[in-house]
Design a protein around this ligand. Structure first.
Ligand code: ZN
Length: 370
């Protein structure tokens, strides 16, 4: 089209208007969502403890398809926390009643045919109404098998029962503990972690921050995603399929290579900071530097889960949470990291005029991803 054509100009103005209105609407929605999330407490981690009495049996959130009563009853039968049972079923089948494995495991709890013959009570392995209660009976039997090895430690008994499911009770007995197989160790850790982060109803704020045990480099700060690579910079961009406001991009993106859409790496505090709030919709932990002036503000976004509570103080390298892809539109796993000017309020959100480009600051502090 000719640039001077009045019709073309009119169309352009109309287009800009539509875009501007769209942006205002998007911004209004964003601000409303953020305000709402302000009050929301985080999915902080907590220690999964064994069930000792009926009263301790918690109700777990996030169980899909109305299966919560089935899962709670199975947890009761097994004598395991609901959060652990839910995380294990998710790990086994991702809640797919028709899941199968090449080894021959079937159904939501991935029963092998011989085990199903013992615990299935003649039911249908692909029917959750049959398979979830059978899973409870099977876990109860495994728990009984390994109980003498736990030496009265209820938490250890949960770990041993999970290990017995994964590696067999014989292996747990052989090693008198969680067997040293990498797969089994990961299995137990993953289920306890997911149980805490996704299915625990009443997590307490953690008492102390967990230190990351990897290499933090020798800069004054450390990179917020150790092992991550820089993928996208601060400022306007033109990604297809994302709203205008997201294309303003008031932060930098760092991603763990190969993380895809799953859980990524460990997100750590780049420097001493205190947690000031959360934006659950976009998976953001918001924080303020807690040290010498100037005290910058931070946002760590799209996290899969986080392990911190509001008001908690962290030192350089303490774990904030796990890289993920939580947000209101689809994206690959990455950390979106923002820095705010020192004059920003404690609980600060993007598009309030306080964002600054993190890249030169991270570079100056020796914390830019390699
Ligand atoms: Zn980003």
């Amino acid at each position: 089209m000719s640039a001077g054509s009045p019709r073309a100009l009119g169309a352009l103005v109309a287009l800009l208007l539509v875009f501007a209105i769209g942006s205002i609407v998007a911004l209004a929605v964003l601000v409303a969502t953020l305000a709402e999330d302000d009050e929301q407490t985080s999915a902080t981690s907590c220690i999964v403890t064994a069930v000792t009495t009926d009263d301790d049996q918690e109700r777990a959130p996030n169980i899909p398809n109305g299966w919560a009563p089935l899962v709670e009853a199975a947890a009761q039968t097994a004598g395991l926390p609901v959060s652990v049972v839910a995380a294990q079923l998710q790990q086994e089948s991702n809640w797919d009643p028709n899941a199968g494995s090449s080894a021959g495991a079937q159904g939501i709890a991935q029963f092998m045919p011989a085990t199903w013959a013992t615990y299935g009570n003649g039911g249908e392995v692909t029917d959750p109404d049959d398979a979830i209660p059978a899973y409870g009976r099977y876990m109860a039997a495994l728990k009984k098998d390994v109980e003498p090895l736990a030496d009265g430690d209820a938490d250890q008994l949960v770990r041993l029962t999970l290990a017995a499911y994964n590696a067999g009770p014989g292996a747990v007995q052989q090693y008198k503990g969680v067997p040293p197989y990498e797969e089994t160790q990961n299995y137990v850790r993953t289920i306890l972690d997911v149980g805490q982060s996704e299915f625990s109803a009443h997590c307490q704020a953690p008492t102390g921050a967990q230190e990351w045990d990897g290499d933090l480099g020798d800069g004054e700060w450390t990179t917020p995603l150790p092992g991550g690579k820089f993928t996208s910079g601060y400022g306007g961009r033109a990604l297809a399929g994302v709203p205008g406001w997201a294309n303003q991009h008031e932060g930098v993106d760092i991603a763990t290579p190969g993380a895809g859409n799953g859980r990524g790496g460990v997100v750590v505090a780049p420097t001493s900071l205190r947690i000031t709030g959360f934006n659950a919709t976009d998976g953001c932990v918001i924080a303020k530097e807690n040290g010498e002036d100037p005290d910058f503000g931070f946002a760590f976004c799209h996290l899969h889960s986080w392990d911190v509570a509001k008001g908690q103080k962290l030192k350089r390298g303490d774990v904030i949470g796990t890289e993920g892809n939580r947000g209101r539109f689809g994206m690959a796993t990455h950390l979106h990291f923002e820095i705010y000017t020192p004059d920003a309020p404690d609980l600060v959100f993007p598009y309030q005029g306080h964002n600054i480009d993190p890249e030169p600051i991270l570079k100056q502090k020796g914390a830019w991803p390699k």
